[in-house]
Design a protein around this ligand. Structure first.
Ligand SMILES: [Zn+2]
Length: 146
């Protein structure tokens, strides 16, 4: 057994000579020391990078609160807040973003009366029902094609 141990020591010395002291140290111990420091430094770098990215994002005023612009873009309003009709037309996006109603509602309730709309006036349920009926009657729904 003693010869075996001597052999191991000799092998270790040979390895140390060839690859440096680190190679024969307990890998776990080696990891704890330098590798972990490197690892933590890398983590910190990644964290700093993501922090910087967060700071770069543009904040947009939405009512009284600041909202991340990217958040707004992700969740485009698809439903008209006035008549509750869903639209996937980019043309309606424009009206919904600007006037909080779809294009049909804009033409019915907002156009030429934007001041009244801006002051917060909204059509009654009956008026909205009439608007939807009107749309059905003159076949405007055909315009929903993108
Ligand atoms: Zn609408």
């Amino acid at each position: 057994m003693k010869r075996d141990q001597e052999y191991i020591v000799k092998v270790e010395q040979a390895i140390a000579k060839k690859y440096g002291e680190e190679a024969i140290q307990n890998p776990k111990k080696y990891w704890d020391d330098q590798k972990e420091k490197d690892y933590l430094a890398q983590l910190k770098k990644v964290q700093e990078k993501s922090d910087r990215r967060k700071q770069k994002s543009k904040k947009v005023k939405e009512g009284d609160i600041l909202v991340d612009e990217r958040l707004l873009k992700k969740s485009v309003e698809r439903q008209c807040p006035v008549c509750s009709i869903y639209s996937f037309s980019s043309r309606d996006d424009l009206y919904i973003n600007k006037f909080s109603c779809c294009r049909e509602c804009y033409m019915e309730f907002v156009e030429f009366r934007e001041d009244r709309w801006d002051s917060g006036w909204r059509p009654s349920k009956d008026e909205i029902a009439q608007r939807r009926l009107k749309k059905d009657n003159n076949g405007r729904s055909g315009e929903e094609v993108r």
